[in-house]
Write a protein that binds this ligand. Structure first.
Ligand SMILES: [Zn+2]
Ligand SMILES: [Zn+2]
Length: 191
């Protein structure tokens, strides 16, 4: 089953659910041999990968085409951490499940304190954009679903989020964007 894009070794693969992956300190330039494709590579993935084996070197191509997940029977993000679609929403279960599998097995994770969670919107997983802090919030607060995330929807005190959220800090925010409608969503995590 071809879940993911085929690899193109002439350029780095693009992750539609993680479009800023190469800007977010989850890959490092390091010569080595990828343990999934056994090819000499110059870029190593350094964020989380959940598998029975300890895997030290995974190249971006083996993430994108699903090779690493298949070879090591692993996941980059826990599929159970992908937000379910609210009841009463009409959506395609097939699309949601296929895209959730793409997030879990063909998409890099992101760096967080606890186990990563992945927001959803319009019946599908969102794209993860990066870290977000209190100063970044106002531009998104006019969006009802983002405002709902801030105003208690995530179980955190809204005043704490609005005042104390810090990019990469002990009380950290993570920004997601819907691939269908462009709406933004928030995830908050504390160490
Ligand atoms: Zn590889
Ligand atoms: Zn949407």
């Amino acid at each position: 089953m071809a879940m993911c894009e085929a690899s193109d070794l002439n350029r780095l693969p693009i992750f539609r659910f993680h479009p800023n992956a190469y800007d977010l300190d989850i890959f490092e330039v390091l010569d080595g041999v990828c343990e999934a494709c056994e090819m000499p590579r110059a870029m190593r993935y350094k964020s989380s990968f959940y598998a029975m084996e300890d895997v030290e070197y995974i190249c971006p191509w083996c993430i994108a085409d699903g090779t690493a997940a298949r070879v090591f029977d692993g996941e980059f993000s826990d599929a159970a951490g992908i937000e379910a679609i609210p009841e009463g929403t009409s959506f395609s279960v097939e699309v949601y499940e296929a895209e959730s599998l793409e997030v879990a097995t063909c998409t890099p994770s992101y760096v967080s304190w606890q186990q990563e969670e992945w927001r959803s919107h319009c019946g599908r997983p969102c794209a993860f954009l990066g870290d977000i802090g209190a100063n970044d919030l106002p531009q998104y607060l006019t969006e009802p679903d983002f405002a709902a995330d801030v105003n208690g929807g995530l179980g955190w005190d809204p005043a704490s989020i609005l005042n104390d959220l810090e990019r990469g800090g002990d009380f950290a925010g993570y920004l997601f964007r819907c691939l269908s409608c462009g709406a933004h969503r928030l995830h908050v995590d504390a160490c």
